[in-house]
Design a binder for this molecule. Sequence first.
Ligand code: NAI
Length: 335
Amino acid sequence: MKVLVYSAKNFEVPYLEKANRRKHKLSFIKESLSSDSVMKAIGYDAISIFSADEACYITLEKLKDFGVKYITLRSVGYDNVNLSAASRLHIKVANVPDYSPYSVAEHATGLLLALNRKLIESNHRVKHYNFDLNNLIGFDLNNKTVGIIGAGKIGGVMTKIMHGFGCNLLGYDIKEDMNLKEQFGMQYTTLKELCKLSDVISLHVPLTTDTHQLINEDLISEMKEGVIIINTARGNVINTEHVIDGLKQGKIGALGIDVFENEKGIFFKDHSHEIINDDLLLKLNTMPNVIITGHHAFLTEEALTNIAETTFYNLDCWNAGKETENELTEIIEAI
Ligand code: NAI
């Protein structure tokens, strides 16, 4: 197959080329998929996209006209693809459902530890040979309550890690996982109760119409004073403006995010010589109790290897006229 890889980043190209084993004819472009860049897909059988690419109805219609039959996502999340439109247009879409839940859960833990123990501020001081300890006090995680919103694959690993720290685990999910209850004492509860009781809240739900702006002023008002919120799921799972208000009022003690509601067009590029045209990001960046990473929770060798392997597994299946169990259009059709 002729495959166009959108949003190709230098670091992932070697992993993709290795996993391809010279089977498919690959072209890489740095541009993300949009209604403007879709023209580049003319002459290709398949495209590969990432989370910053936008496969809306208009773009999908154009892909169909150009003869593109397959879209393989190099991500778990697929909120950026209009799946029902793809299904109607007979474009097959598949994702990489579980490339490494460890990569994201470990990153979420890193954000939590860095915030709680003020590691960035401490390191800044040491770089200037300032060994003053004032304002670096954190708290023991042992015996604290951690609320996991979305206890699926990543939330499950986060539960295991937090259990290792001696935390009490609360979970909110549309379905309960017996293993998490039995092995780590996870107690499922309502969203409101989780917010009331948690010292730390970590978000691991997919972005859907139900989870869009799930963390808003109403829920924040229920939270414990000084709660730490970690979001490695999707930016739009929280209402950033409400969270900024919570931070200003001291209701939220700290915020660690790897995803941001306006990240499209900003993340994955170097803007260091520009003034960023996003007031929410500018506000967040001024706060000492906020750590932002640029959607790189997935960035481990194991995850990149698995993403590349599954991407070509999906393409190989389609090339051989077979189904892949990672197909998303099939899920939608079955609902
Ligand atoms: P998963 O499907 O294994 O887990 C998601 C969990 O959320 C499931 O248990 C599901 O039942 C639950 N859920 C779904 N809708 C819900 C709702 N309305 N209310 C409560 N619970 C709900 O997915 P996984 O692999 O754990 O990934 C979670 C999300 O993490 C992805 O959808 C993606 O957006 C994000 N992600 C972020 C990455 C990053 O680099 N920052 C990398 C990979 C994933």
